[in-house]
Design a protein around this ligand. Structure first.
Ligand code: MN3
Length: 198
């Protein structure tokens, strides 16, 4: 199936002041769109046409770098828009919160580990909360990689490519990650993904 750019699930200015309309316009309309356009070109003749997006991501990892980078980033961004919402952050749904406490110690420890993963990802990449072998885990990956290619299910990801924060935060990646965790995350969507993965 061809890769398809979906609309943002909210207005460009809906995440202000934590993420500006300018950032979302560039990030969605230019960066995400480029992954879709390039990914579709590279999908042709790859042998993965007609596969699901997850199958394309997993099937191209390690064997077709160009396709993998674009399809992986398409997958990551489709979820990224939904991992945020206006008036995000705040209370974590009970079932998800209990899993976080059980597997990662406490909500505060999880948030600190997630922010640290994003801060310490050298260069471009992503910070993750993932489900691996039935347990929640904080991970980081470079470039377009994600937990799908490490036998894990992505539940929450934060884009730490400079295009995601440089307009609003300049070089202050830690401030962007803190704002993401405290004011942007759509925890209901994270809980839905955990439910579906169980
Ligand atoms: Mn991005």
């Amino acid at each position: 199936m061809a890769l398809e750019l979906t609309d943002l699930p909210y207005a460009y200015d809906a995440l202000q002041p934590y993420m500006s309309a300018e950032t979302l316009e560039f990030h969605h309309d230019k960066h995400h769109n480029a992954y879709v356009v390039n990914g579709n070109k590279l999908l042709e003749g790859s042998g993965l046409e007609g596969k699901s997006l997850e199958e394309i991501v997993q099937g191209s990892f390690g064997s077709n770098a160009g396709l993998f980078n674009n399809a992986g980033q398409h997958y990551n961004h489709l979820h990224f828009w939904n991992w945020m919402k206006p008036n995000g952050g705040g209370a974590i749904p009970g079932g998800l919160e209990a899993r976080i406490i059980g597997d990662l110690g406490s909500v505060e420890e999880f948030k600190a580990a997630f922010i640290n993963a994003g801060v310490t990802q050298f260069g471009s990449g992503w910070a993750w909360l993932a489900l691996k072998n039935g347990k929640l885990e904080v991970m980081k990956t470079p470039n377009g990689e994600n937990p799908l290619v490490y036998e894990a299910v992505p539940l929450l990801g934060c884009d730490v490519w400079e295009h995601s924060y440089y307009i609003d935060y300049r070089n202050a990646r830690p401030d962007y990650l803190k704002a993401f965790v405290e004011n942007l995350v759509n925890w209901e969507y994270v809980a839905e993904l955990l439910e579906a993965a169980n």
